[in-house]
Design a protein around this ligand. Structure first.
Ligand code: ADP
Length: 469
């Protein structure tokens, strides 16, 4: 199959939305998650930048505080000590790009008296923004003033703080230039990572959304299939019920015909064939009705504690003519017996199916039915020397309508419903059914039922009586 293009997938997605308006809620949730994430990432970035700025200002503020206390005493007597202090601060703070001490020269402006850049010492050149910042610092000598600027694309902060002589007159200004490029780079990196995560989440959300759309499709399909299935069950059940009455009258009239004395041999044989065929049809209708009852959970059992051996003996006797017709030995082996909790007519149905199958699928040899007790269970074993089954076939035969098709089975008639119904009936009677088989050697179908303790058996019967009332 050709893979679908993005455009085709998008079109399918849009069609799903139109067909299933409930998907809109999924999209709304996805949009809210996306929006929330965006909002949180943005807030996080702002908080990080603010915190970074505050930290820098506090640090620079304290460095300048220290300088303001230190410089006035030494600016005239020991300028070398000032140079050393400036160099020491810059070498210990790699984010400080520039550190200058400026002294007022009255009307001649401000002269750099100490700086990391020695070539600046003695100069009086200042930019307009620096002059403005110094003006602010002079107007309020108790505080540091900061201005944000940019240098080569990076954010920089310039901070100025005035210092005064012993008489309180402003003597000069300490000015630092600080870069935040490293911190900014890290924050930007975090923001980029957040966006990459956001995109991944968004992609996952879209995948989830398309899966959801598909599940919604499947749910609708499943509902439709369920409806069709129910319609089919209703139809089968209705047809089966409708077939029952005409079938019964066909059988009845054929019986009357064959019993009438004035029939020729040919006509009597024809009447017999009508009876046989309608009996087959009757069984098929009963099977269809059983399937429909089991599937709807409407099959009612009439459970009671009973000894299964007489039932087994009766079924063996009933099926003896079909075995004899094929020259097969049908044996009821001597075995153990115990009371079990069963629906007698349903157990009979299961046994007719298993022993009937054993006769149907055995060409020569024997069919044997035995019983034995083990670990509190009664086992009923139907064994034959028939065509047998492969391991793959053994796994399939309990499914509805499954018939093994090969040259040995092509002439045998059946519907593939018998074992499915038998398995369901056995389950409803709290028993188990299993098969052991070897191809061309034979098969053993084994039923097991929990043995009912004698005392419990009365309880079982009384329970059943209460149910039937
Ligand atoms: P049906 O006999 O009507 O086809 P069943 O459900 O009773 O349907 O059996 C399903 C299939 O299992 C049969 O078609 C047959 O291929 C296989 N099978 C059942 N019993 C035996 C057996 N005793 N030996 C070999 N194959 C069997």
């Amino acid at each position: 199959m050709k893979p679908k293009t993005i455009k085709e997938n998008f079109r399918i997605g849009m069609r799903s939305i139109v067909e299933h308006p409930q998907l809109i809620s999924t999209i709304a949730i996805a949009a809210v998650i996306f929006g929330l994430f965006l909002f949180t990432a943005d807030r996080f970035a702002r908080i990080a930048l603010d915190a970074q700025e505050r930290l820098v200002n506090v640090r620079i503020g304290s460095i300048q505080d220290a300088f303001v206390a230190f410089v006035p005493e030494r600016i005239d007597s020991d300028i070398e000590a000032v140079h050393r202090a400036v160099n020491s601060v810059v070498s210990q703070n790699e984010t400080i790009l520039d550190f200058r001490v400026l002294r007022t020269r009255g009307t001649r402006g401000w002269e750099v008296v100490s700086s990391v850049d020695l070539s600046e010492i003695g100069t009086t050149r200042l930019s307009a923004s620096e002059e403005f910042l110094i003006g602010l610092a002079v107007s309020d000598p108790f505080n540091s003033f900061t201005r944000e600027g940019s240098l080569g694309g990076d954010r920089v902060f310039q901070t100025a703080r005035a210092f005064r002589d012993a008489r309180g007159t402003v003597q000069g200004v300490v000015m630092t230039t600080q870069t935040l490029s490293e911190a900014d780079r890290q924050i930007n990196q975090n923001i980029n990572n957040s966006f990459a995560i956001l995109l991944t989440i968004l992609l996952l959300l879209f995948l989830l959304f398309f899966r959801h759309a598909r599940i919604v499709d499947y749910t609708a399909l499943y509902k439709k299939l369920k409806e069709v299935d129910t319609l089919k069950d209703d139809f089968i059940s209705m047809i089966s019920h409708e077939l029952r009455t005409p079938l019964a009258s066909i059988r009845g009239y054929a019986e009357l015909l064959s019993e009438g004395g004035e029939l020729s041999d040919t006509a009597r044989e024809q009447a017999r064939r009508i009876m046989v065929s309608s009996a087959q049809l009757d069984r098929l209708v009963e099977d269809m009705l059983d399937v429909s009852r089991i599937e709807r959970g409407q099959l009612k059992l009439s459970l009671k504690v009973a000894d299964p051996v007489p039932i087994i003996a009766d079924v063996v006797e009933t099926l003896m003519p079909s075995a004899q017709k094929k020259n097969l030995l049908l044996i009821l082996g001597r075995g153990e017996s115990a009371p079990i909790f069963i629906d007698e007519s349903r157990l009979r149905q299961v046994l007719v199916n298993l022993i009937g199958n054993a006769i149907k699928y055995t060409v020569e040899g024997e069919v044997k039915v035995t019983t034995h007790l083990e670990s509190g269970k009664l086992f009923i074993r139907v064994s034959d020397t028939g065509i047998g089954l492969s391991s793959g076939e053994r796994e399939q035969i309990f499914q509805k309508f499954v018939r093994i098709q090969n040259k040995n089975t092509s002439r045998v008639r059946g519907t593939g419903l018998g074992l499915w119904i038998s398995a369901a009936l056995v389950r409803l009677m709290k028993g188990t059914i299993s098969v052991e088989s070897i191809r061309n050697v034979g098969s053993h179908f084994v039923l097991s039922f929990p043995v009912v303790e004698q005392k419990a058996s009365h309880e079982g019967e009384s329970k059943q009586e209460t149910k039937e009332k």
